[in-house]
Write a protein that binds this ligand. Structure first.
Ligand SMILES: O=P(O)(O)OP(=O)(O)OP(=O)(O)OC[C@H]1O[C@@H](n2cnc3c(O)ncnc32)[C@H](O)[C@@H]1O
Ligand SMILES: [Mg+2]
Length: 199
């Protein structure tokens, strides 16, 4: 396998997958890089698994080759697991990272340090035409900061402090994030499958 299509239009995710797959000499190609114009896929599921499967299967059917999709999000205990599967669209359909961060910080006003526990979750689905899909799940535990900090990463990284650190995910280098992230913890579980594709 020389390349794999990643069913995402999120540039932040695409960059991380490129870095992960380059270690196996595989090029990760996101939907924005395909010649075809691909309509937004409606994420009608209520779980990360369902949405990852919807994204992977709809693109695999179109392209007739293995496709990897990522459905991920931030689960905050004090908000009963929200934003969860609605992380991208938490503050509205325009999917605005800054508006999402502002909404979370507003909702956590008055919530003390020990109550701000949260985790990033990533579910990967690989759809292979004619075969059952493969699912892998990873998470990364942390807390929600009182204000945002850092310029790296994407999404909620500026307000997420991974356990064992005293800075936000957006203050870590991409190499540091990619060692501890939910996405990394999911993708390592795909290693055997990836290596088998090279035989
Ligand atoms: O569906 P695709 O096209 O892949 O792109 P998306 O951004 O809509 O992706 P999701 O539906 O999986 O929603 C995930 C959201 O969760 C948040 N998120 C996921 N992984 C993250 C990470 O590593 N760092 C910060 N925020 C993250 C971020 O707000 C994402 O937009
Ligand atoms: Mg999405």
């Amino acid at each position: 396998m020389k390349e794999i299509i990643i069913a995402t239009k999120n540039a932040g995710k695409a960059k991380e997958f490129k870095s992960f797959f380059s270690a196996y000499h595989i090029e990760a190609i996101s939907l924005s890089e395909l010649d075809k114009d691909i309509d937004d896929i409606e994420e009608t599921g209520t779980t990360f698994e369902e949405n990852a499967a919807i994204k992977a299967q709809s693109i695999a059917g179109m392209m007739r080759c293995p496709v990897l999709a990522d459905d991920s999000g931030l689960m905050i205990d004090a908000l009963n697991g929200r934003p969860g599967v609605y992380s991208a669209r938490y503050a509205g359909e325009q999917k605005d990272d800054q508006a999402n961060i502002d909404k979370v910080l507003y909702e956590l006003k008055g919530v003390g340090a020990s109550e701000r526990t949260a985790r990033f979750v990533c579910v990967l689905a690989v759809a292979i035409p004619g075969e059952p899909a493969i699912f892998k799940k990873g998470s990364c535990e942390g807390t929600i900061a009182f204000s945002e900090a850092g310029e790296n990463g994407f999404g909620y990284d500026p307000i997420f402090i991974p356990n064992g650190y005293n800075k936000t995910m957006a203050q870590l280098s991409s190499a540091e994030k990619n060692k501890i992230s939910h996405r990394k913890n999911a993708i390592v579980q795909l290693e055997d499958w990836v290596k088998n594709q090279n035989k």
